[in-house]
Write a protein that binds this ligand. Structure first.
Ligand SMILES: [Mn+2]
Length: 428
């Protein structure tokens, strides 16, 4: 991790400018009778978005993968990277593991290791989209034609069993949730029966749900296509909702921003799921065409802002306690730099959404005043709230300018030295 003294020293050079920027913004918000700067800073200090263990290494595409150098080789090293990220941002206080990419032999020891670094375990992710000899009966059974939806009951059973094992592992780590993303689907019309596949998955999820400890949640994550290219079982929010309802009361839907067909109105999906109390979690990323897994807020920051507006609407003025995670594939950037930028984008969108004059907006909606409604939203969206985000970090003992502090710290060079330039993190 980075020497805290180094971050403190780096902050000294930034502090004077920040104090001035926060004061100016606070005065402006006061004058405009907007949400007080102080309450936004406090909300940001409390906010955390998890980093997934697979996002601290470089991602690849089916065309290739270009390791960045110094990538973590073990789950412990992934925790080190997330702890370093959190030192800089104070907004990434948990890690989300993916089994069997992460398969700790000593969960108690790993829990302690993470705890020592002030990191806790977010939702666990099961994996039935790849064959894994230890769970697929030494290769005798395969997920090639699906897992929970497979026509072969023996395959469905090992997929259920795997999910139960992930829950048990997560319980030992102190996690409180399981995220189920399934690759199940078909590539060719007629290959399988849509309804039979759906019913198999619903049955499987119910069995997994019944294994959840009392204080656990389960999330169903939809995605329209890939790796199945003709039809995916859990392809949209409607299917996800039906599956969550079929699974049981602890199941809800997880919305991954990249898992929608182009131009889908994701904020409206958020509104619908929240309305029926089945919105459970979020995977942040950004995309231009499909599941691009690019830096959050880099392409569609307004969409991200509108999503946060719906979340705050769902929480009646404050953010509901959902499972927030960044789910990205860093193909060409330093993964930690990409995570710093994404965390910043999420915090900015959150702060801007808190700025929305909700009473004024409700009034404009009541009067069918579309012009006024637009002004209210855009006044909040166009506000430069970055000083509040930086101030929240400063108060939490993190870096005022995390990206600059990260570069200045020489962390990547030190990791290349320690882990090697050819190290490759587990994952895809
Ligand atoms: Mn996801």
């Amino acid at each position: 991790m980075i020497d805290p003294e180094r971050i403190a020293t780096f902050n000294i050079g930034e502090e004077l400018g920040l104090v001035e920027d926060v004061e100016n913004l606070a005065l402006r918000l006061d004058r405009e009778e907007a949400t007080p700067a102080e309450s936004i800073i406090e909300a940001l200090v409390d906010f955390s978005v998890a980093a997934p263990s697979w996002a601290v290494g470089t991602g690849g595409t089916r065309f290739g993968r270009f390791p960045f150098g110094g990538e973590p080789r073990t789950t412990e090293e992934k925790i080190d990277d997330v702890a370093t990220l959190n030192q800089l941002t104070a907004s990434n206080r948990s890690i989300s593991l993916h089994v069997p990419w992460d398969l700790p032999e000593d969960p108690g020891g790993l829990r302690e290791y993470a705890g020592d670094r002030e990191i806790w375990f977010d939702a666990m992710n099961s994996n039935t989209f790849q064959d894994n000899p230890s769970t697929t009966d030494e290769g005798r059974l395969s997920y090639k034609f699906g897992s929970l939806a497979n026509s072969d009951m023996a395959v469905r059973e090992i997929a259920i069993e795997h999910n139960k094992e992930v829950i048990d592992l997560g319980a030992a780590l102190g996690s409180k949730a399981l995220t189920v993303w399934l690759a199940d689907g078909i590539n060719h019309p007629g290959q399988a029966d849509h309804r039979t596949q759906f019913e198999h998955v619903a049955d499987g999820l119910r069995a997994i749900h019944d294994h959840l400890p009392d204080d656990w949640q389960m999330y169903t994550e939809h995605k329209p296509y890939e790796p199945a290219f003709y039809a995916t079982v859990n392809f949209d929010w409607g299917s996800s909702l039906l599956l969550a309802q079929a699974a049981g009361p602890k199941a809800s839907c997880l919305v991954d921003l990249g898992h929608h067909l182009p131009n889908a109105n994701i904020e409206q999906i958020v509104s619908r799921l929240a309305m029926v109390d089945r919105l459970g979690g979020f995977h942040f990323n950004d995309s231009k065409y499909g599941d691009d897994d690019l830096t959050t807020g880099s392409i569609k920051p307004f969409q991200l802002f509108l999503i946060f507006c719906e979340l705050i609407r769902a929480g009646d003025g404050s953010l509901p306690a959902l499972a927030f995670m960044i789910d990205q594939s860093h193909n060409i950037k330093d993964p930690l730099e990409d995570l710093i930028q994404s965390t910043e984008a999420v915090c900015i969108a959150y702060a801007q959404a808190l700025l929305v004059d909700r009473a004024g907006l409700a009034d404009a909606q009541e009067r069918n005043d579309a012009t006024r409604a637009q002004e209210i939203l855009q006044t909040a969206f166009r506000a430069d709230v970055r000083p509040l985000v930086a101030e929240a970090r400063r108060r939490a003992g993190a870096a005022i300018a995390p990206l600059e502090a990260y570069r200045e710290s020489g962390y990547r060079a030190a990791m290349i030295e320690e882990r090697g330039s050819e190290s490759v993190a587990t994952g895809l």
